[in-house]
Design a protein around this ligand. Structure first.
Ligand SMILES: [Zn+2]
Length: 315
């Protein structure tokens, strides 16, 4: 039987500690980063537990998680503030604060590789990976846990400048099939690196780009300016359909540290068509899925469903 080696669930006891450490190291090496569906799930699940709560106190276990703001300044900024909204922009959880009904800045949380946001009884043991804890007025604590410490919880009086360069949200009203077709035409880049570029479209990462390109029958190296209107339209539909399905299943926990704030793994990894399936048969055509490296990222392709672009003749 598989042992429960998640660093986030339960206490393994001293006998298992070395196994746990080795397992954590092995898992970090093949970790995929949370993307839009995982961050959206996190925001949705902490929202009802945070709305209307006020922050009694802050504790900071790893000052760098604050991204440069001093611990004392961070505490002053959040103590006494009330949570008035919890949302998401790109791969950031956005927690809006208020004082006396007036906006009082935001907390921006990025999970990066191993970060996790939970709301737990403040009296419970937070474990060794607590980087920031915000004690709430109902006896709970909002905890940012992060094994690898690349995650961030930033306080900002106004996040507008921070988000200024981001592309549209793929589930938002700006992201239409027409917009995508025009935007692909304007760029002259390979599809995969372009879709990973947060200034082009926000929130996509390695997993969902591979899945969307497969669904649309497009090779990751196909140039964006030769994609036809019909292909752009299929890609648009695939991105929206896959993200919505992944949110419905609380994201993917295939090779990531990602767990929902309630400690559950996501379920979408069971529906992967290509991601993490190198050497396995394509469910659509039977050809073997090929894993290669594109722009330093593991990339998964069905060579039959996603034909390689032919080299262009000089015109
Ligand atoms: Zn195939």
């Amino acid at each position: 039987m598989e042992q429960n080696v998640s660093p986030f669930i339960g206490n393994p006891g001293p006998g298992l500690e070395r196994d746990l450490r080795q397992s954590v190291r092995a898992r970090i090496l093949r970790a995929a980063m949370p993307e839009l569906p995982e961050v959206e799930t996190t925001a949705r699940l902490v929202r009802p537990r945070l709305l209307g709560r006020s922050v009694r106190a802050a504790r900071v276990g790893w000052p760098r998680t604050l991204g440069g703001l001093g611990t004392a300044a961070f505490e002053r900024a959040v103590r006494g503030a009330e949570v008035r909204a919890v949302g998401r922009r790109a791969k950031w959880v956005v927690i809006e604060l208020a004082r006396g009904g007036a906006p009082a800045g935001v907390l921006l949380v990025h999970l990066r590789m191993t970060g996790r946001l939970v709301v737990e009884d403040a009296a419970s043991d937070a474990g060794p990976w607590l980087r920031v804890g915000l004690a709430l007025d109902d006896g709970n604590e909002l905890r940012f846990l992060d094994v690898r410490k690349f995650g961030r919880m930033l306080y900002m009086a106004d996040p507008a400048a921070h988000f200024a360069d981001l592309g549209p949200e793929p589930l938002g009203p700006e992201f239409t099939a027409d917009w995508l077709f025009g935007a692909l035409r304007e760029r002259r880049r390979a599809l995969k690196p372009l879709l990973l570029d947060q200034t082009f479209v926000a929130g996509l990462g390695n997993i969902y780009v591979d899945e969307a390109l497969f669904a649309a029958g497009l090779h990751p190296l196909r140039r964006s300016d030769v994609v036809t209107r019909a292909q752009a339209s299929e890609l648009h539909a695939a991105i929206q359909r896959i993200l919505a399905a992944a949110i419905e299943r609380e994201g993917s926990s295939f090779d990531t540290f990602y767990r929902t704030p309630e400690g559950r793994p996501g379920e979408y990894q069971h529906l992967f068509e290509v991601y993490g399936r190198g050497g396995e048969a394509c469910r659509r055509c039977g050809a073997l899925i090929v894993r290669s490296v594109v722009g330093q990222r593991g990339t998964h392709v069905c060579p039959r469903c996603q034909p390689k672009p032919r080299p262009r003749r000089p015109s």
